[in-house]
Ligand binder design. Sequence first.
Ligand code: CO
Length: 208
Amino acid sequence: MDFAKIFKNNEEWIASKLKSNPDYFKELSKGQTPEVLYIGCSDSRVTAEDLMGAMPGEVFIHRNVANMVISIDLNAMSVINYAVRHLKVKHIIICGHYECGGVKASLQQSDLGILNPWLRNIRDVYRIHKDELNAIANEQDRFDRLVELNVQEQAINVIKTAVVQEAYRDRGITVSGWVFNIRTGKLIDLNIDFPKVLEDIMQIYRLI
Ligand code: CO
């Protein structure tokens, strides 16, 4: 990685932006009103804005290992709180990806130190969906399905939060689960029926 090249790239990027709009950075500095909160994996191959064709200012982004939404993770919870309550995003997307190293690690018997408690949450996803996953004979297919189910469970974790329940009631915020197929580049909508999921779990998780 050539740092000098990075700074040169930056100069070229500035020039190209100013060429199409001389006030580009002046406008950008005024503030942000993104409609979407994207929670994805930190994986260097899964470049959120790039794969969505999103422009600066359009998407509020949080990335961590295996796109997790853990209730005691102050970082993720702060991002959700800020995006929903202050930026008033209309949509929240959880985006996982096939060949996710974090999900793969959770399928293996190995002591990964500080990653153990983090990945334990993915093992919990496996446990919840054990019957379905164990019925899949092909290892790759089982791995892919765990990626999808992890997205589903993390999206459910999003709707377990009070801010999202409040925004759902007051202004109909939506939550979606997507998977980026790193083998083809295709973005897949898992089409999870969140109003139904919400109805199913609210008996237990209702906060407001
Ligand atoms: Co990943």
